[in-house]
Design a protein around this ligand. Structure first.
Ligand code: HEM
Length: 415
């Protein structure tokens, strides 16, 4: 049996919080190995990166998700009892519920709502002073996703719900007040949506057919039972929260257009080029650093032993920056996708493998569609300036957005 390189520290949780996105990658480089063992949250863990590791990690026979996610992530980002922590037939059933929402027609409708809302906002941005893109898009996506999902949202509540959704996204990897704000935000949002599920089931708040609210409120599990209303609220939040989180990628896309202005022309002219640009934004910029699972049955892989129950962390960011998959990974180069077929374990910012059978992100197509539409809006529907500001990404922070999420000035519509 090969000996697995080991992190020397008695516990690496703080190092993980401090190193952020580079935690696994830095150690892999130090040990000359894409696998090493460490201790996280006072328990042994195995860290992996790269394509073969991703293929292993998404093998449902070898890994399970029950109790894999640290409590601080469940308390803020994902909630408890949702699809992320399910395994086997229960997971397949719940995941099918999500995938049934993601029809081409529904994705197009979300995109059209997004474009309409963006174009309606341009006159207001024209007259305004500096526009903070991250905050502005957070509100815009909150309005759009609620309208799309069938969730009633009075204009007076948009700001509050957008702040809550952002708080949940920003909380898992921080300590102190920002973490507790995320915890409180989740508590409030679950209460709000559980009450809505109850009203919908009772017929007082009818949901449009096929909307996320209708599908989740009416979903029956394999035993024919409706989801408990709190779990239904967690799952509805699993649609609202990540659609709003796409605003981070939209800020990154705007940054990439700013840093690589030659691509502005190219993405405008051709849909395939726009898609390559968006794929490179998803590869290059940091989002979720890693995914967690536990060993279901003991097994050996590449001469290393994986004992039952061991927590395993797959480096999503590090796989997207692995030099054997992506030559010169630290360069932003959308044309690396020209003529390249990407298999399900290579480009994994939203997980790998199969969307239905495994835990790969249910909202990946939505994400790509919204990003392409945002790029089109930024390059054709308006002109703007980006004044001098601190645009550095801090890879030690999760999420790693620039400090105030990108300020635009002098916005002018082109219509
Ligand atoms: C901002 C862009 C997004 C990123 C970076 C992202 C990333 C991820 C990641 C890393 C996972 C976990 C993969 C794993 O556990 O192996 C995931 C799962 C999931 N995502 Fe996304 N996501 C995004 C957008 C969305 C959207 C727009 C939706 C829904 C509309 C969505 C819904 C989900 C759901 C339901 C799961 C759980 C899937 C499962 O456990 O089977 N995500 N996402």
């Amino acid at each position: 049996m090969a000996s697995m390189p080991a992190d020397r520290s008695p516990d690496s949780t703080l190092a993980l919080l401090r190193s952020g996105y580079r935690f696994i990658g830095e150690r892999c480089e130090r040990y000359g190995s894409d696998i090493f063992r460490t201790r996280i949250l006072l328990a042994p863990a195995i860290c992996l990166r790269g394509r073969p590791a991703a293929e292993l990690f998404y093998d449902n026979e070898r890994f399970e998700r029950a109790n894999a996610m640290p409590l601080r992530v469940q308390r803020t980002l994902t909630g408890r009892g949702g699809v992320q922590g399910l395994d086997g037939p229960e997971h397949r059933d719940r995941k099918a519920m999500f995938m049934s929402i993601m029809t081409p027609t529904a994705i197009r409708r979300l995109g059209e709502l997004f474009d309409d809302e963006w174009q309606t906002r341009i006159p207001a941005w024209e007259g305004a002073g500096p526009v903070l893109l991250y905050d502005e898009l957070g509100r815009l996506l909150t309005r759009v996703v609620c309208a799309w999902a069938g969730v009633p949202l009075p204009a007076s509540q948009v700001e509050r719900r957008a702040v809550e959704l952002h708080a949940m996204i920003e909380a898992p990897a921080v300590v102190g007040p920002r973490h507790w704000r995320g915890w409180l935000a989740r508590h409030r949002a679950e209460r709000w949506l559980a009450a809505l599920i109850e009203r919908t089931r009772a017929g007082f708040s009818p949901a449009p057919t096929g909307s996320a609210l209708a599908v989740i409120a009416e979903h029956r599990d394999r035993r024919g039972k409706l989801l408990p209303r709190r779990i239904a609220a967690v799952e509805l939040l699993n649609v609202l929260r990540p659609v709003v989180a796409v605003d981070q990628y939209l800020v990154f896309a705007a940054l990439a257009l700013h840093d690589h202005p030659a691509w502005r022309e190219r993405v405008r002219d051709d849909d395939e080029t726009a898609e390559q640009f968006v794929q490179e934004v998803r590869r290059y910029y940091p989002f979720f650093p890693m995914a967690a699972a536990r060993v279901r049955h003991p097994f050996d892989w590449q001469g290393h032993h994986f004992p039952r129950g061991r927590r395993v962390l797959l480096d999503l960011y590090g796989t997207n920056h692995h030099p054997s998959l992506w030559p010169q990974p630290e360069l932003f180069r959308p044309d690396r996708f020209t003529g390249r077929r990407v298999d399900p374990f290579e480009l994994i910012p939203q997980g790998g493998g199969d969307h239905w059978a495994g835990h790969r992100c249910a909202g990946e197509w939505i994400t790509i569609d919204l990003m392409k539409r945002a790029v089109a809006n930024l390059t054709t529907a308006m002109r703007y300036d980006i004044p001098a500001q601190n645009l550095a990404l801090d890879l030690h922070r999760m999420p790693a957005l620039p400090p105030i999420g990108l300020t635009l000035t002098n916005i002018r519509g082109t219509a």
